[in-house]
Design a protein around this ligand. Structure first.
Ligand code: ADP
Length: 161
């Protein structure tokens, strides 16, 4: 089974990595699909986001990282993936994730969305929150992999804790 895990990953957090590790144990091949998002202005470039994911997942053999634009279902179909992986943090994610999954299913009935519920310790974690904490120079070492912590350090010029 080949699956894609789509998202902005701006930047990848320990919450994403938790989903990635668990999904990689369930499927044969997991493509992490990094969205070129024209609406949001990302903090990190596409290359930076992809490099950080590659570094943080280098121990997991059945993973690859790619960028994509356009509809996620089109990317999945072009890559021969029948499954899309998403993470659910709290009830607040539920409504929008259900809408996305149902829309995708109506466009492409051959592709299923599988949800992984987040581990409790990461249920509050989002890329937005992590960026805010790092922006003010606070410690993000428990929230993101070290490659992301170092990238924040370079971006914001704060010293590491
Ligand atoms: P998007 O811009 O599509 O929301 P994100 O990079 O924020 O992309 O998230 C990608 C996926 O990872 C989404 O399914 C989101 O619910 C999930 N996710 C984000 N943070 C966490 C977390 N802390 N725990 C579990 N899943 C998460």
């Amino acid at each position: 089974m080949k699956a894609i895990y789509p998202g902005s990953f701006d930047p990848v957090t320990n919450g994403h990595l938790d989903i990635i590790q668990r999904a990689a144990r369930v499927v044969d091949e997991l493509v992490i699909a990094v969205l070129v998002n024209s609406d949001k202005k990302p903090l990190f470039t596409m290359d930076e986001r992809m490099d950080m994911i590659r570094e943080a997942t280098k121990e997991i053999p059945n993973i690859s990282v790619q960028s994509f634009t356009g509809l996620t279902v089109d990317f999945a179909r072009e890559n021969g993936a029948k499954v899309m992986v998403r993470g659910l943090r709290a009830v607040t994610d539920f409504e929008s994730e259900m809408q996305i999954a149902q829309t995708n299913h109506s466009i492409e009935p051959g592709i299923e969305t599988i949800f992984f519920t987040t581990s409790l310790e990461y249920s509050f974690l989002s890329s937005t929150i992590v960026k805010e904490i790092a922006h003010y120079g606070s410690d993000v070492s428990k929230l993101v992999p070290s490659v992301v912590e170092e990238a924040f350090h370079r971006k914001f010029g704060h010293s590491l804790h």
